[in-house]
Write a protein that binds this ligand. Structure first.
Ligand code: SAM
Ligand code: SF4
Length: 334
């Protein structure tokens, strides 16, 4: 049977759910979370695993086929692995991926490999211990590296994600890219977005995608553009002789909205049809209001998908409070 196809009002297929399973984190990356004063959500405000599974099954029936587990740090939530196992049995979900900071991940890598996970994105903003500790506000690079090596040993497809920040880790652009020469990993550089819980760190974005590319071109003059996969958010490159590819994600410049196929469910069950909106539907309340009837939930989801902003700039203008983004990526689910 042909899988169902879900389109938004701009004729973009919606196939990809990013599901934040927690708002908690064991790091305090300064571009994502404030150091102090974080109010974690009370447990009853989070979606339960049962609610997530019900929602995933409903969305799969509507046309979603890929789910990325994110957070917060997914491994801060207890019993993540049994949940992944059950999610992988959901009819229609053909691809499951995970984004993790790697601090608590090593012991779970064998089970991840067994679960048939499609790929893991490991966030690593610096290969230098002092710089890493300054950015993440925790001295955890050794445990992250242990996870990285374990993922590679277990043959799990791995991508490294690094946010590029002015004055913090720009030396790491070349160091991290070189990692893809020596190891079978893709490395992606992400423009910093103002999702740190308090608004933009700098008034203008200094390290935009063109500057990141120029830095790579200077260090690796034979770097060449390769075709991007459909719906890719990254602009992709290869460097001859390298095992992995290099990607640049213009997350702030928003170059990829025209082919955006993704939606987000935050840890408290808000639907975001764009990263830059402020939550367009409280799915958690609907799931709880109609515990045995998916029809009203599906109708509300379809309504939201038919009113999707055309790009992240429109989504930002539509925010109900009209204020600049002050959310933390840890609650949105990056
Ligand atoms: N804790 C996990 C991790 O760090 O991989 C998963 C959640 S984290 C919010 C997901 C991704 O969002 C990470 O790769 C992180 O670097 C990215 N991210 C967080 N805040 C960001 C920001 N302000 N700008 C760009 N990327 C950001
Ligand atoms: Fe935690 Fe990930 Fe945010 Fe860093 S980026 S504070 S690891 S949620």
């Amino acid at each position: 049977m042909q899988p169902p196809v879900l389109y938004d009002n701009h004729n973009r297929p919606i196939t990809y759910l990013r599901l934040a399973v927690t708002d908690r984190c064991n790091l305090r990356c300064f571009y994502c979370m404030p150091e102090h004063g974080i109010q974690y959500l009370p447990k009853k405000e989070l979606l339960s695993y049962e609610e997530m599974l019900r929602l995933a099954a409903l969305l799969a029936r509507m046309g979603i086929s890929k789910v990325r587990i994110t957070g917060g740090e997914p491994f801060m939530r207890r019993d993540l692995m049994p949940f992944l196992e059950r999610l992988s049995q959901t009819e229609g979900i053909r691809k499951i991926t995970l984004t993790t900071n790697g601090v608590l991940t090593t012991p779970h890598v064998p089970a991840l490999a067994k679960s048939g996970i499609d790929s893991v994105n490991l966030s690593i903003d610096s290969l230098d211990r002092a710089r890493f500790a300054r950015i993440a506000r925790r001295d955890e690079l050794p445990r992250v590296m242990e996870t990285l090596h374990s993922l590679l040993q277990h043959g799990i497809r791995t991508k490294l994600n690094a946010v590029v920040m002015d004055g913090q880790n720009t030396e790491d652009i070349v160091l991290l890219a070189a990692f893809a020469r020596d190891h079978a990993v893709d490395v992606r550089f992400i423009e910093e977005m103002p999702f740190n819980g308090k608004g933009a760190n700098t008034p203008v974005l200094v390290w935009h995608h063109r500057k990141i590319l120029a830095t790579l071109q200077e260090a690796f003059p034979n770097i060449e553009k390769i075709p991007d996969e459909p719906f890719s958010t990254s602009m992709n490159y290869r460097i001859p002789g390298f095992q992995g590819n290099i990607g640049i994600i213009a997350a702030f410049s928003r170059t990829f909205c025209g082919t955006c196929n993704r939606i987000r469910i935050t840890a408290q069950g808000m639907l975001k049809t764009c990263l830059y909106d402020d939550g367009v539907l409280n799915v958690r309340n609907l799931l709880r209001q109609y515990p045995h009837d998916d029809a009203p939930v599906e109708a509300a989801l379809r309504r939201a998908f038919s009113q999707r902003p055309k790009d992240g700039f429109e989504a930002e203008r539509n925010r109900s409070n009209h204020l600049p983004v002050r959310e933390s990526m840890s609650t949105i689910g990056g």
